[in-house]
Design a protein around this ligand. Structure first.
Ligand SMILES: Cc1cc2nc3c(=O)[nH]c(=O)nc-3n(C[C@H](O)[C@H](O)[C@H](O)COP(=O)(O)OP(=O)(O)OC[C@H]3O[C@@H](n4cnc5c(N)ncnc54)[C@H](O)[C@@H]3O)c2cc1C
Length: 336
């Protein structure tokens, strides 16, 4: 493991922000990770694929990029398997591996960028499935006392784009591996969400396999979301707000068509993209940044944007949505 100084992070964040890390190292093993932490360079920032971070300035201290690899079946049951995956594995490559082995459960989460180690942090999810639905446990190394600990499902306190690692345990651990529970055939397929069934129909698929669903999700995502290799972005910039029913009732007076989804606790979820679009931001460009023309929830870097510019745009959007609808948006992206 080599620690490099004044290291450019431009290729290491999907927003394409041109910032530097004071110190940077790739860690390919737990021994590497411990060696990096023993350097006593502080603060330490754990980086995966950089697809959910907004660097607003150069990063002080040590950036450790997780490269812990390995995918293996650790327990086999009649109807399912448990698979342990290194935190540095690329999430989508793990999904493709699972599909190729005939293991189900993660196909709806195809093409989500980033690493397996970051997946529990915000309980990633897409097309009706969340990480918590397939999660068994994870192993993490404490950044200060260098001890390994197992976090079971309930320890992670998963919520919508949320976990204990965004709250009480924020910034304290490096997630080194995650164990998933995947199904053997016959699988419980989830095709009801979004455009999945429409896409399967257009593809002439009548009895979909997990591979068909993965393919459909890849097709839908490619058509809707900007490719970070071409236009810098972090996917959804904001969470979909969950509000009291009374807030929605107020909105419905002026916007009877406002989309909303009931939550089990009586509150409602309102799509943040719709709120932002109603405030006129969709497709709007502000300097080198802006709102993506096909999805208002995605903020983009048109080239040469700074993290500060993106943060200011996000703030302007939050204020205008709050003023018009009385709903305060919360960033999904981690600002560094
Ligand atoms: C085009 C696009 C589409 C997206 N679509 C979705 C989607 O559909 N659903 C969804 O949920 N998300 C989506 N995202 C967001 C992103 O893919 C996820 O949040 C992903 O889990 C981030 O992984 P990463 O490795 O890039 O994390 P990074 O961006 O590198 O890090 C994110 C946070 O996790 C911390 N972290 C990273 N690795 C570790 C580790 N091993 N241990 C401890 N802390 C760690 C970092 O310190 C940081 O705070 C999308 C992003 C993009 C660019």
């Amino acid at each position: 493991m080599t620690i490099q100084q004044n290291f450019p992070l431009l290729p290491y964040n999907t927003f394409g922000l041109d910032v530097k890390a004071e110190y940077f190292a790739e860690v390919g093993s737990i021994a590497d990770l411990k060696a990096g932490l023993r350097s006593n360079i502080r603060p330490v920032f754990l980086l995966g694929g950089g697809s959910n971070v907004l660097f607003t300035q150069d990063v002080r201290g040590l950036v450790l990029q997780n490269k812990l690899r390995g995918i293996r079946v650790v327990r086999e049951f009649k109807k399912k398997v448990w698979v342990a995956v290194g935190g540095g594995e690329v999430w989508h490559e793990f999904v493709l591996w699972a599909v190729s082995q005939g293991y189900g459960g993660v196909e709806n989460m195809s093409l989500i960028p980033g690493t397996v180690g970051a997946s529990p942090i915000q309980n990633i999810g897409a097309y009706g499935v969340e990480l918590k639905d397939v999660f068994v446990k994870l192993q993490a190394l404490h950044l200060t006392n260098l001890e390994l600990k197992t976090f079971n499902h309930s320890d992670c306190e998963f919520g919508y784009r949320d976990s204990v690692f965004k709250r009480a345990e924020k910034g304290k651990w490096c997630i080194t591996s995650v164990v998933f529970s995947l199904t053997k055939s016959p699988h419980k397929l989830n095709t009801s969400y979004g455009d999945i069934s429409k896409t399967l129909e257009a593809n002439g698929v009548e009895n979909p396999s997990i591979a068909d669903i993965s393919q459909a999700v890849i097709q839908i995502r490619t058509s809707k979301l900007p490719d970070p290799a071409k236009i810098g972005n972090c996917g959804s910039f904001f969470k979909n707000p969950e509000t009291e029913r009374a807030v929605l009732d107020n909105i419905l007076v002026t916007h009877p068509q406002a989309p909303h989804y009931p939550l089990p606790d009586g509150r409602v979820k309102i799509p943040a993209g719709w709120l932002i679009e109603q405030c006129g931001w969709k497709g709007k460009r502000v300097g080198n940044t802006g709102c993506y023309e096909r999805q208002a929830l995605v903020l983009v870097n048109h080239g040469g944007a700074t993290g500060e510019e993106v943060k200011n745009l996000a703030q302007a959007i939050i204020e205008s949505v709050e003023e018009k609808f009385g709903v305060r948006l919360e960033a999904e992206v981690n600002m560094v």
